[in-house]
Design a protein around this ligand. Sequence first.
Ligand code: AMP
Length: 345
Amino acid sequence: MTAQAAARLGFRAHIYTPGADDCGLQVADDFTVAAFDDIAALERFARSVDVVTYEFENIPAAAVDAIAAITPVYPGAAALRVTQNRVREKSLCLDENIPTAPWREVSGLDSPRAALAELGGAMILKTTEQGYDGKGQWKVDEQTSGRADEIWAEIFSNRHPGEGREPVRMIAEGIVKFDFEISVIAARGIDGEVKCYSPVRNEHRDHILWQTHAPAEISPALAARAEGYAKRLIEKLDIVGLLAVEMFVVGDDILVNEMAPRPHNSGHWTIEGATTSQFEQLVRAVTGMPLGDTAPRGKFVMTNLIGDEILRGAEIARAQDGIFHDYGKGVARPGRKMGHVTRKL
Ligand code: AMP
């Protein structure tokens, strides 16, 4: 989608990906299929382009450093370092006085009872890095807290990807009884200008984003606060590009949950729903163009097509009078985001 937006602005995209079947390759002008630790390939790639951005934040820091030594990478390595790690993200919010769920860093050597007691008898354990769509997360609630020691031992000894590298560190969060979830996508240009898209309301199913309702039906005061947090975070992280910030709304409070320095699934509605899509905005930001207008062009609902729902995608879109996007991902594994439908209300 970024390559498509780039082409519309007269730029050619060269995609670097470890996956030969990456769907971005359908629309790229050039591509390199190589691993993120192939320094020679990264350097060749860096020499062939004027600027680099990414749409996936779990890239090894060494890969970004190798590219950045040759050509600019936006957002830069410092922002990536923070947004790759939940402890650093939460610490940034703490420094900025931006509310989050109560949390503490824990290791397999700590007592689960102490964490549980501090967080009110229920918690979600999350890997500090690499988790998404509920992967790398375990809930310990009132029903299961009696088995906390057992669950703890299982997570830390068998299932955690960092197995063998003791002590494994995770983050334990108190469970927030939120009213609903929202997100804000902020964009920042090379000159420091910041523009935010309106907050949107997100509904998850099985931890996976199912629907985005744009704009969120919230008060102007709440919307301004949410945009204010996103603006402060993108400035603090000194990002050129995009920052998506996911938040919980609890009454009149907003808690920041997590952030990603890239286009976000909850911004897919902007392709049809905003004057400038999030993808075009990213291209504008990293190429030094002025940022585009972020105003919504009405009310929209974006529905993800997950797993084999993609097989009925065209049918679902027609029934909704919506716009169908098929990412061309090939294998429709359960839980995999395969496409989406955007409907104007
Ligand atoms: P995350 O990977 O942190 O975005 O978490 C995925 C989803 O799990 C969120 O969108 C929420 O629906 C839920 N969740 C995550 N953290 C919490 C929390 N501390 N309290 C309640 N629900 C949460």
